[in-house]
Design a protein around this ligand. Structure first.
Ligand code: FE2
Ligand code: FE2
Length: 148
């Protein structure tokens, strides 16, 4: 299912959902890093994971400055197309990376919408745009590598 994150009517609920999405993404990254056999791919994916950790940090700060909740982990809502459990059941590095590409589609879409959200403050927009650029870079690599 394609993500609905980014369609929230208020900035507070947008930031909250982005955090839930990020926590799910990080869990999927952990499952991926654990399963990949190619050492240099594992390393590349770990460096993308650190971008996500930075996104969580920035969103958490933003949440506190606007008075939004800042979830510290995912909840029952499944925010990603291919969550950590699904990733954990896949075999083969390229299969895993093409599943991760569907998750990058979700995060790209979410931050693209967030960047255009009419209630976004200047600070929020800067965070969303930078995260969007990171997710585009992740997606490009997942896609190129899965199809290599
Ligand atoms: Fe992220
Ligand atoms: Fe990503």
């Amino acid at each position: 299912m394609v993500t609905t994150v980014g369609t929230e009517s208020s900035l507070n609920s947008l930031v909250e959902d982005l955090l839930l999405l990020e926590h799910d993404a990080i869990a999927a990254y952990d499952a991926t890093i654990e399963r990949l056999e190619n050492a240099s791919w594992k390393q590349q994916v770990s460096s993308f994971k650190s971008d996500h950790l930075r996104h969580v940090q920035e969103l958490t700060q933003l949440a506190s400055s606007i008075g939004a909740n800042a979830p510290k982990q995912g909840d029952a809502k499944q925010m990603l197309t291919t969550g950590k459990i699904a990733i954990g059941g896949l075999l083969g590095d390229k299969t895993i990376l093409s599943a991760m590409k569907t998750n990058e589609d979700d995060t790209v879409t979410a931050y693209e919408r967030a960047s255009r959200h009419e209630d976004a403050t200047g600070e929020a927009r800067t965070i969303f745009q930078r995260a969007h650029a990171d997710e585009l870079r992740h997606r490009e690599w997942m896609s190129t590598t899965a199809n290599s």
